[in-house]
Design a protein around this ligand. Sequence first.
Ligand SMILES: Cc1cc2nc3c(=O)[nH]c(=O)nc-3n(C[C@H](O)[C@H](O)[C@H](O)COP(=O)(O)OP(=O)(O)OC[C@H]3O[C@@H](n4cnc5c(N)ncnc54)[C@H](O)[C@@H]3O)c2cc1C
Length: 390
Amino acid sequence: MKKYTFDITIIGAGPAGSMAAKRAAEKGASVLLIEKDKYAGIPVRCAEGVYRDEITRLVDIDDSWICSKIIFSELVSPDGNRVRAAEDASGFILDRKKFDQALAILSVESGADLRTETYASGMKKNVHGEWEVSACTRGEDIKILTKVVIGADGVESRVGRWAGIDTSLKLREIESCCQFTLADLNIDDQTVQFYMSKEFAPGGYAWVFPKSGGLANVGLGILGTYVKDVNPEKSLKNFVKRYFPEGRVISQIAGGVPVLPGLKDMVADGVLLAGDAARQVDPLSGGGITNSMAAGIMAAEHAVRSIEQKDTSKKNLTAYQKEWDRKFGKKMRLSSKLKKVVDDLDEEVFNNLVGKMSLLPQQKRTPFAFFKTLLLNQPKLFLDVAKFIL
Ligand SMILES: Cc1cc2nc3c(=O)[nH]c(=O)nc-3n(C[C@H](O)[C@H](O)[C@H](O)COP(=O)(O)OP(=O)(O)OC[C@H]3O[C@@H](n4cnc5c(N)ncnc54)[C@H](O)[C@@H]3O)c2cc1C
């Protein structure tokens, strides 16, 4: 059996893994990035929406990765009324096939070795305390000897479990999502739509993210605790029948989104988890692309530092978790709290919110105005949120 040796082995070439590989290679480490699928980013399991500010801080955006530039967002209440927020030009709908492949190529250009069609099946420590990763690459079993493993293997991550980290999720900590890409829609390409509805998406929401030319990702997420009562696929079919009967389904995906404020433990001896593997998705929005990229970069920096210090122990790598917590912890906990509060709200609250916001001139319908209107109507929510903000 062939054996390879790398300073850092990164499992999974999604946004977390590719950014980790890029940064670790830039810092001079020998890096292997392995991906089980033939191409990074395929199949896509994502609605592909990102905030412009967040992504442009992490990577130079190429226009070819963007399907549409978002200028407006619309909130649709359970009773079907809708309100369009002030113009804010805050988002992009990406083409993740192109985007994920471009990030993987950037990592290669920085010096990382990328092996696609390579499935990691396990890992164990050798007598020297290094990790030995077992993988199968295009039908051939191989071993990779490595000082540090970065688990960037997504929501179904197994790297954490192999390293003894508890990555299990309770039903209330995961949303079950279903999404169709619909064609022939008569929608505005510059507007994302969010539907609050306990009927279609209890514990979550439904979204319409336009990809231009009448194409859109239309999906919904249902909190695990409700899935026994509401089947995501059936619910999405009903949603589409109600709101987009003209739409033609051209593809369908399903997937889980972790909605907790991150894992308690994101590191073990010689192992760091990043992205969905570490449950670093924003719990309120369900957005994980940019958080995963940021986490990948951070994990790589700590991996390289620990190798330079010749100390890849869990104790030394805990600095990664501390940095993550310092930079993202507060926002993640606030999002998680808000998610629970929003889930408890009566549908009438959203009907009122949309009604009240519609009375404001459009340019005054800022996120802050939405939030203020919601808080003024829900004094209990105000108290819950205040302790995070003040
Ligand atoms: C329906 C849906 C809609 C979403 N919409 C959005 C959105 O609009 N905006 C947003 O920001 N986020 C969204 N997300 C979340 C977003 O997709 C994830 O947070 C993001 O992809 C996480 O990146 P990652 O690199 O951690 O993991 P992934 O992108 O999942 O990448 C993990 C990679 O690891 C590979 N892999 C796994 N196991 C192995 C193995 N054993 N060996 C080798 N390779 C392996 C996989 O093939 C995959 O390529 C959505 C998720 C879902 C399910």
